[in-house]
Design a protein around this ligand. Structure first.
Ligand code: PEP
Ligand code: MG
Length: 316
């Protein structure tokens, strides 16, 4: 992919009434970060750190990690980068960390849960992130994947702060976490909704099975209710930031709905930045909220999608 192929993006996500919605990029390597910065992303909303671990038979050294994360921070020159700590297991197995013989890996020891079985890996990663952040004077937020209960958020925030990282949050990917987002946010600084996994777990439909694609659709009204509950919890916790970093944020009509549900930032593949920005500019916040309500009230994913798209079409 080169820079010329990407559609134009002004670098500023906002609604027609000026309401600012930072549009951030999902990034999976240093080179990817350079392309995302060139495409105008306001920062990184999800750095998937697995790129530093996958294909290795042992834990990368601190130096290797500092260099890998530093390349991403350098590409964004001081702008915000949300670093997700290692999300091994299920669709991202790691020989030295996860157990390939688990009967049901998506429900197994994955994401934050691997820290219980392998203490130290997360602490060392957080220290490497902190070192790279200070070397590059980057604004780094860290977040943990696959958090299920508030006490995990508390433990993670303590570990992050012990490593010298000031801003710690969690992903919301599990329905239990969506339901208790207010309690989670009493224990950390922000949340970011991973709609890929949140959809899989809400619908009990394996995200890797094409045969279940109809269930595995973030337009499913039940998934949107999970997003609404997460945003309500964030509001109750004093208005802490709630982002979306799953594929849902890259669908322009769905991005409008997410903003209407109370999401404050959207993070996506760099290719989606321009199309999402273009549609956001056509609506004000009250309209986004009205469309979000339409989608919540729909009886199916298809009905939600077509109702919202029809209304957006009329707004053009
Ligand atoms: C998600 O689950 O939505 C997410 C962003 O994480 P990943 O796709 O890496 O599981
Ligand atoms: Mg996920």
């Amino acid at each position: 992919a080169n820079r010329e192929e990407l559609p134009e993006f002004s670098g500023n996500g906002q609604l027609s009434d000026g309401h600012h919605v930072p549009l951030l990029a999902n990034v999976g390597s240093g080179v990817d970060a350079q392309l995302a910065a060139a495409a105008g992303a306001e920062g990184v909303g999800l750095l998937r750190t697995e790129f530093c671990f996958l294909g290795k038979d042992k834990e990368p050294t601190r130096e290797e990690q500092v260099e890998a994360y530093g390349a991403v921070f350098a590409a964004f020159g001081g702008r915000k980068v949300v670093v997700r700590t290692l999300d091994a297991g299920a669709d991202k197995p790691l020989p030295f960390l996860t157990d390939a013989s688990e009967p049901n890996p998506a429900l197994g020891v994955r994401g934050y849960r691997t820290t219980l079985a392998s203490p130290g890996v997360l602490e060392r990663q957080l220290e490497a992130i902190a070192q790279a952040a200070s070397e590059h004077q980057a604004e780094v937020w860290v977040m943990a994947p696959m958090i299920s209960i508030p006490s995990e958020a508390q433990q993670f925030a303590q570990l992050a702060k012990a490593a010298g990282l000031a801003t710690a949050g969690t992903m919301i990917e599990v329905p239990s976490a969506a339901m208790l987002s207010g309690q989670i946010l009493q224990r950390c600084d922000f949340v970011s909704i991973g709609t890929n996994d949140l959809t899989q777990y809400t619908m009990a439909a394996d995200r890797q099975l094409g045969a279940l694609a109809e269930l595995n659709d973030p337009w499913q009204p039940a998934v949107l209710h999970m997003v609404a509950a997460t945003a309500a919890g964030a509001k109750a916790a004093g208005g802490k930031p709630v982002g979306v970093c799953g594929e849902a944020a890259a669908d322009p009509a769905l991005a409008v709905v997410l903003v209407g549900l109370g999401v404050s930032t959207l993070s996506m593949n760099k290719r989606a930045l321009a199309p999402v920005a273009a549609v956001l500019r056509t609506v004000d916040l009250a309209t986004a909220q009205r469309l979000a309500q339409l989608a919540l009230d729909a009886e199916s994913a298809e009905a939600a999608r077509s109702a919202v798209r029809a209304q957006l079409g009329e707004l053009d």
